[in-house]
Design a protein around this ligand. Sequence first.
Ligand code: ZN
Length: 630
Amino acid sequence: MPETPATAPAPVGPTAHGRRRPLRSAPLIERGLVHEWHIRNRQVTLPHGIAMLEEYGTLDNVRRLTGESDAEFRGMLFADSDIYKTLEAAAWELGRDEDADLRSFFDRTVALIERAQQDDGYLDSAYLARDDRRPWSDFAQGHELYCLGHLIQAAVGAHRAIGDDRLLRVAERFVEHAIARLGADDAVEYCGHPLIEAALVELHRTTGADAPLALADAFVRRRGAGFLGGVIFGAEYYQDEQPALEATKMRGHAVRALYLNQGITDLYLETGDPTMLDAMRTQWDDLISRRMYLTGGTGARHEDEAFGEAFELPPDRAYAETCAGVALFGWAWRMYLATGDAACMDVAETALYNVVAAGISTRGDSFTYVNPLQVRDERPYGGAEPAGRRRWFSCACCPPNLMRTFAALEHHVAAERPDGLDLVLYASATVQAHGASVTIDTAYPAEGSIRIVVSGDAAAGRRRLALRVPEWVSGRTVTLLRDGETVDAVVDDGWILIDDALVDGAEIELRLPVEVDVIHPHPLIDAVRGTVAVRRGPVVYCAVGDADDLMVDADALAARPVARTGGAAGGLLGPRITVAAHRVRTGGAQALYARGVDRATSDEIVVELRPFAEFDGGTAMRVWMPTSGR
Ligand SMILES: [Zn+2]
């Protein structure tokens, strides 16, 4: 097996046109939140996920192709992608540290996939193991290119993280098959579930081959012809009702839309085509100003897992799929690489610490699929099971997506800028850049102190350190110390720039004021008008308890936005906090609809809030708390 050291280990490889460059070596993570998430991923989530791939028959689907199983095909059409995502996660984990069980899973599963690949390069168990499916016959819902996309991403991860190219050879053969079948100039096909676009760009970055890049470009430019439309939910569901580069808003199935935009942004990063970046900026602005939940969740509608209309953001009916959080995190990272805008990483951290972190239990072996911002104590959204996390799903897209995200998280803490280094996602880590070694110590986001020590000198002209200052800091004082002395902290467009910082012995401390904020929604979000929420730094909080106890009047909180740390000890995202409120009581004779309201409030009560991500189900929960509007 080749053991070539990977020179660009990150999930998004070095790009031709990005304003920022992913780090050339993986940051060392030995403590802190990301470290804890790594440990959980390696010790609990991955072993659990591997067991679930057996229990749900996902691996047997592939074994059926090699004669090693005679089990019927089980699961969704895209079940193979769960295997590829898990392999990708395993590769990133093995790149960080060896693990005998993980290595054994990786090796035997890669060997199985090699054996299962057909002579013509095709590989998809949902088509090869079922008599009722014919390859390349259902582009709208068939997911073959989507699965190939995850195969490519696993292959690229294995190449970069552990120098193992076996999956890369499988992926290249399948891509050759796809190009022969779909790559002609007059071909019209593209996949109903984007992802292949970004993956093909990554393959191009990894091997240097241009044909995958051209195919990705063709898939984006063909889209909008209505080729997919009307199958189940109509063309908009598939982002197929208009050309991708002419769309000005986020629409349709949220996960598909966000993966498509990852691919378009990746294409811009390689081709420099300004029309692609313009389209992405327009859709980005639409997303963050009209269609995103406070938690970074997206997808307001259950029936088609879709973005709703502008400002259609109901908290209780929110779909906000965990995968959409993962997809937004990945798109935000690419937009940051493309533009150098600090604000993109504000969105990335919002998604990470809220909707993505909420997707998995603190323990690491149960998951959410949807992440509403309000849960009553009845069975939510008409589902058959009570609210809360589950150990796996028959449609298991989310858990292995979390595994690959947490496994590669450290690659997003920083990036090279032409004149130095950006720190964008504060975590305890040691980062190498331009010849300097930068060690960061922080308990962010629970605390706002970020301590930085530099050893070694960066190359001349590359010694500037840029520190991201999140938008939630605005209006507050940021403190900056250099070698123990307070210096001016000038925040410009989300950055503090420190010249000549990447020199041996430099010590810098940034103190971000992580305080409790009372957040008011835009007045056009009808579903939460007249309510407030609590956020501490980037972490959104929620109240948990009996539904009656959560019938609160938050006037006191809105008028006096002071919270106290209290209650149970906090986790790594931040402490439990308490706020003042009143309980709402209605008279027993109150009709559902009446000419007047028989309403009274209790004496002031104390409501305990916890990070949204720590809600485990089993009770009611709400993020937005009503005020009476007095
Ligand atoms: Zn999912």
